[in-house]
Design a protein around this ligand. Structure first.
Ligand code: PMP
Ligand code: GLN
Length: 383
């Protein structure tokens, strides 16, 4: 049969988690924690279910959740939004990004993505009938960096928006204030919309600060800010996300979202409202512990002679496949799963041309220390 989206295959995350299950390998592929979120949040979800919060919430989300999202944003970044018109909750950040692209792009529009990019963006651009231009992030000893000229060149007369993900999956990069100022300048000069994916906003290390693009001059009125509870509160299966922005842009996102899921996850919305209000100390501890686990993985790999790149935030660390004698990260990932007992993600799947990311593999460090130690010893002996 003839189907749409012919160029799009199975997401790498399902593929690699299935491989981990089949081989029994340690799964450092798909990014999800192996411990639960704060006990108070779990209890709040149970209380919501038993208390009868089991029917449709409003399309925008439970008022308590919208209020908690807005308050958390204001307290952390000093950015104010009207819960009545400037926030919509979604089925994870995934739905928010999809709804933003479908609502704000028309066929023929161009979208600028930093490459490597999170895989759903490309599928969403295709669903919107738009096309994309990639701005490469290149690995250096100080982390991943882009050339400002590449960004300027990527913007054409047809560009509608820039999608920015910081902290960045899959590189672990946290965009600096100077880099964000440059992106903001391009958005303002060329009158572009920015869609920011900030799902790792709380997960930055070594004292690095997450700077929301919407807070830079000229950006609030043109930015849709997206985040979610999955990474912040270790509940990736709950799929509670949100989008914030000026009423006109968020209204368009809501319009798309109402015919995607309409609404979802009522009791989990209530629990996330509780978490945003009462569990941010827990998140600070999570961030500290993730930094330690990043160090455990990175120093273990370094000791084994593996070259890795700085992970300033997120769950993810990039390493060179060449350290194991492989030119191709996909071949390394296959052999690692089958013979080495560890699953990783070949970074090349996040590029237009796989050759550009062929030498890199991504490891997730959002796992218990004993799991990471086990993985390090397997990775150290694999040759
Ligand atoms: N964006 C990025 C960059 C991600 O890494 C992920 C995975 N958590 C998502 C979006 C999806 O978030 P959610 O699970 O809230 O849909
Ligand atoms: N964000 C997760 C990752 O990058 C995967 C989420 C998913 O499986 N869709 O590993």
């Amino acid at each position: 049969v003839r189907t749409a989206l012919r160029g799009i295959g199975t997401t790498i995350f399902s593929e690699m988690t299935a491989l981990a299950q089949r081989t029994g390998a340690v799964n450092l592929g798909q990014g999800f924690p192996d411990t639960d979120g704060p006990a108070g949040m779990l209890a709040a979800a149970q209380a919501a279910i038993v208390g009868g919060l089991n029917q449709y919430p409003p399309v925008d989300g439970l008022p308590a959740l919208k209020e908690a999202i807005v308050q958390a944003r204001l307290a952390r970044y000093g950015l104010a939004y009207d819960p009545a018109t400037e926030v919509v909750t979604t089925a994870g950040a995934t739905e928010a990004v999809a709804a933003a692209l479908l609502a704000l792009c028309e066929p023929g529009d161009e979208v600028v993505l930093f490459e490597p990019y999170y895989d759903s963006y490309l599928a969403n651009v295709a669903m919107a009938g738009a096309t994309h231009r990639a701005v490469p992030l290149r690995p250096t000893d100080d982390g991943f960096a882009f050339d400002p000229d590449d960004l300027r060149r990527a913007v054409t007369g047809r560009t509608r928006m820039i999608v920015l993900n910081s902290p960045h999956n899959p590189t672990g990069k946290v965009f600096s204030r100077a880099e964000l100022e440059l992106i903001a300048q391009v958005c303002v000069e060329r009158d572009l919309i920015a869609v920011t994916d900030e799902v790792y906003e709380y997960l930055t290390y070594d004292g690095l600060e997450h700077v929301p693009l919407a807070g830079l001059p000229g950006m609030r009125e043109r930015t849709v800010t997206i985040s979610s509870a999955g990474k912040t509160f270790s509940c990736t299966g709950w799929k509670i996300g949100w989008a914030l922005g000026p009423a006109e842009l968020v209204g368009a996102v809501r319009k798309a979202k109402q015919f995607m899921t309409f609404a979802s996850g009522t009791p989990f919305q209530a629990a996330v409202a509780h978490a945003l209000t009462h569990e941010l100390d827990w998140v600070a501890e999570l961030t500290k512990s993730l930094q330690e686990r990043r160090d455990l993985l990175r120093s273990g790999l370094t000791a084994a002679g593996v070259r890795t790149y700085p992970a300033q935030g997120t769950y993810f660390l990039q390493a060179d496949a060449a350290s194991w004698g492989y030119a191709d990260g996909a071949a390394l990932c296959r052999d690692l799963a089958e013979q080495g007992g560890v699953v990783a993600i070949p970074t090349q799947v996040f590029y237009d041309d796989p050759a550009s990311g062929q030498g890199l593999v991504r490891f997730a460090f959002c796992k218990r220390p004993e799991v990471l130690s086990d993985a390090v010893s397997r990775l150290s002996t694999f040759r």
